[in-house]
Design a protein around this ligand. Sequence first.
Ligand code: FPP
Length: 250
Amino acid sequence: MTNAEAAASGEAPANSGGGTVPRHVAIIMDGNGRWAERRGLPRLAGHRAGAEAVRKTLRAAADSGVEVLTLYAFSSENWRRSDEEVSDLKGLMGYYLERELTSLAKEGVRLQLIGDYSRFGPDLMGRLDRAVEKLSGNRRLTLVVALSYGSQAEIASAARSLAAKAKAGEIEVETIDEAAIAAELQTCDLPPLDLLIRTSGEVRLSNFLLWQAAYAELLFTPVLWPDFDEQAFRDAIGQFAARQRRFGGR
Ligand code: FPP
């Protein structure tokens, strides 16, 4: 069941068969800068180590049976960072794509992008689109990368789209409900979010998946993102399994 379908049915979103493995896990990968700083290294070294953590986490997620892994790689607020850091991050994403494409294909990973990634310019955007296309037939795990993503902007865009449809007479204003909004979000075809993890000890959502996190379990860990690995992911899944999800019921 997708986000939109769950909202339409009024049913509580459930992870796979009510089982203990979350279908959809999202991660706010935080702490690259502090990891580098503690080692007297430039921030780029932290982001490079962060890209390695992405590789490990992806493997652990696929092995655990998670269907969707959504990663917050670049927020709409990250544009406020120095030109040098933005350029480093863009370079790293291009490099990661190039280097990992074959193994992503081999591991059955499908790639999906959310956010206004056209802001990265035609070169990186074209490479990202080609990677999405190349991996589109895969089914083992969907990797969703949030790039130049902001949840409030995503919700505002959904509101604009519905308002335009109402103005054009395509829908009645009264029919705009939770399902209608969920269907306009970039995540509409994904299963509901079960588990949202943030690393580095910060305890906030930072404009990430605000709508989608309505019933998600939240997990905040002090581990800095570059130190997050297969075991850390399995621990997180274990903590999720131990939680009781009631979706507002008793
Ligand atoms: C937050 O750490 C991390 C980021 C803004 C970038 C995340 C990017 C990666 C992990 C690398 C590549 C990603 C992919 C998908 C290949 P921070 O810099 O805010 O750390 P700090 O709070 O300690 O300064």
